[in-house]
Design a protein around this ligand. Structure first.
Ligand code: CA
Length: 228
């Protein structure tokens, strides 16, 4: 799967660049726009997978942009997260009416931003029924079963989700924090060490079936699933 593209619409350059920096570092492709009219051009141009839109923009509002896109056949389903400096309930309700998928209130941490983005992207993507295959290893997302050749591997639910996530994103490195957000879910606060424990268990089971070396440790960075 190629990198997902995110369009960041924010007029404050410092905030926009901070967001772009963090998203790039997390492996996203990032486009930037400083107002709604530029955003419209970028959307037509490069069809982002997700829009991150500030509430207050010089030529219109993020809410207005959201509403407009929701009325258009081509953009009706586009995942949109609104950024707002105002946490008032009224804004949230207005935003929901406008059709945003989620909100983030400033100031936010890069980790919160990424976990919201990943959650919205996950909800937006229709789950695939296709089995994931790597060498002799086959994961069937419909039955939640994992096989090596004809033999079934028994995995705990966390090891299953971890393996599925890594196989879906093969050859990409994920930090422990990214794995926590993507596999354990947002707002779940467990220690990063937990990731190591489950990786170890998963490796052990795979090794029992002579599947070795697919889950690789990348020193100082995290883990990667790769058959190479
Ligand atoms: Ca603004």
């Amino acid at each position: 799967m190629s990198a997902r593209r995110i369009l960041v619409v924010e007029d404050e350059a410092a905030i926009r660049q901070m967001i772009a920096f963090n998203l790039s570092r997390a492996g996203f492709e990032v486009d930037e726009a400083e107002d709604c009219s530029t955003a419209r051009l970028r959307i037509a141009d490069s069809r982002p997978d997700l829009l991150l839109v500030d509430w207050m923009l010089p030529d219109s509002s993020g809410l207005e942009l959201t509403r407009t896109l929701r009325r258009e056949e081509a953009n009706r389903e586009m995942p949109i997260i609104l950024l707002t400096a105002r946490a008032e309930e009224r804004d949230k309700i207005l935003g929901l009416d406008g059709g945003a998928d989620d909100y983030i209130t400033k100031p936010f941490s890069p980790r919160e931003l990424l976990s919201r983005i990943n959650a919205v992207l996950r909800r937006a993507a229709p789950p695939s029924d296709e089995p994931l295959i790597a060498g002799e290893l086959r994961l069937d997302p419909v039955s939640h079963r994992v096989f090596v050749g004809e033999r079934e591997i028994g995995l705990g639910p966390t090891e299953y989700r971890l393996l599925k996530f890594l196989m879906e994103n093969a050859d990409r490195v994920y930090s422990r924090t990214q794995l926590l957000d993507s596999v354990w879910g947002q707002n779940v606060y467990v220690e990063e060490r937990t990731v190591d424990v489950h990786v170890r268990r998963l490796r052990k089971v795979l090794e029992e079936f002579q599947v070795d070396g697919y889950i690789q440790t990348v020193r100082g960075a995290g883990y990667r699933f790769s058959t190479r």
